[in-house]
Design a protein around this ligand. Sequence first.
Ligand SMILES: [Zn+2]
Length: 441
Amino acid sequence: MLRTYSILIWVFGLAMISACTRNPYSGASKLFQIPISDAHGQYSLQTVELSTLGDPRTMEGAAAQIKVNPVVTTEGLDGQMPAARFILSSDGVMIPMDYVSMQLTTVYYHVEKLWELEKSIHLENVLARPRKLGLSVGLIDPGDDRKIVNNALFYAPLDVTLLVPYERSNIPISMNGGILAHEHFHALFSELMGPKIANLRSSSLWEKAPVEILDLTNDVDIPEKLTGPVKIRKYNAVLLRALDEGLADFWGWVYTGDDSFVAASLPELEMRRSLFKLSDSDKIKQPPSREAILLRLKKLDWDGRTSKDLSYLIGTFYARFLRNIPVLMDSTPFSKGLIFSDSNVTHRLKLAEKLIQALPRLRDSILESYKKAEPINPNDLFFSIFPEVERKSWSKNVCERLKAFLVEDDLPDVEVKVTSPDPAAPPQLIATKLDICAEKK
Ligand SMILES: [Zn+2]
C-alpha cells in the first residue's frame, strides 16, 4: 500500500513537471521575447528570431560568444560559458527567466542585427566572428581605483566588447541597441582605419578634465605657438578619439534611428551627446579649430590628463554633422530618387555606406598628418566624405549650407587672381582661405 502510494505520487509529480515545462531546449525554438526600442526610444517586449544562435543554454552562435563575469587576460576573456534559463511559451517563444538571461538574449540579438547591417552595406567580412563580449565585467578605473559601472567599452588589442555592471534605474546598457552599436562601431573603425591608426588612438588619455576647460562654445584667445612632437601626438590622439567617438554615436543612430539613444541609459548625457535634426533655419555648428583644441590641451598642461571627455565633446560635432547631411543637402534626392527619411533604415544605411567609403580617404589624410608631425585637420572628415568630384555637382545653396561645417581657420590657403580696376595693370595673386563655393553661381 505504502509502495503503491509513493509510486502514485511519483507518477503524478512527473505529470505535473512535464505539463509546466516542456523542455525549452529540445525543440530549438529560435524565437525569443526581449525588450527592444523603436526610433523614438520607446521600449516594448517583442518576439524576435535569433537565426544564427546555436545552443540557447550558452547563448552562443555564429554572431556572438558572450561570457558572464569574465576575467580579462592578455589572451582574451576567461570565464565560464553562461547558463541561460528560459520558459517555452505555449506559442513556441523562449521567455528569459532571469535578468542575466534577458541581457544575454538582447546582446545576442543586437550583435546579430549589427552583422545584418554590415552585410547590407558589404562589410560582412571585416570583423572576426563570433564577436566576443563580456557581460558584468569587473573593471577598476586606474585613475581612482574604483569599480567602473554604467559603461561599456571596446578593447581593440583583444577585439572584445566589455559591458560593466549597470547600477542605474534606466535602460541597462546591455539592452540598449544604440550603445551596443556605438561600441561595435569602434571595432569597425579599428579594422577599417588599420592597425597604425588603432595604435595611435589608444594613447592613454583616460583621466577627466574640469568641465569649464572643456567648454568649447566660448570664444578663446589665440594661443601662443604650440609645437613639438609630443604635443602634436597628444592633440592627434584626442582628435582621433573624437572622430572615433563621434562616428560611433552616428552608428548608434544609424542602427536605432533614435537621436537620444545614449540618454536612454545615461540621461545626464542628453545635452552633450544627443543628436538632433536641424530645422531649416538652423546652421550646423562646426567643430573647434586646431588652435582652440590646442589651447584647451595647453590649459591641461600637457600632463596626460588630456581627457577622453574632450574627445567626446568634439566627437559630438561630427556625429551631429553626419546625422544631418541629408538635411543640409536640402531636398536633394539622396539616392536613387528617394527623398531622405530619418525613420527609414534603408535611407540611414545609405548614409552609413557613404561614411564607410570615406574612411580610406580619412585614414590617408590622418596618416599624412602624422608623417609630417602636424595636427590632424578638423576638416579632414568633411573633405573625405565630399571629395572634389562630388562637390562639383552641388548647387550654390547646398554648397553654402554644407560648408558652414568647415573650420575656416583650418582651411588650406589658396592663391586667387585679383584684377585691378586699372585695365593696364596686371592681375595680382593674393593668398586667401579656400572657399569651396566661390566658383558656384
Ligand atoms: Zn565609444
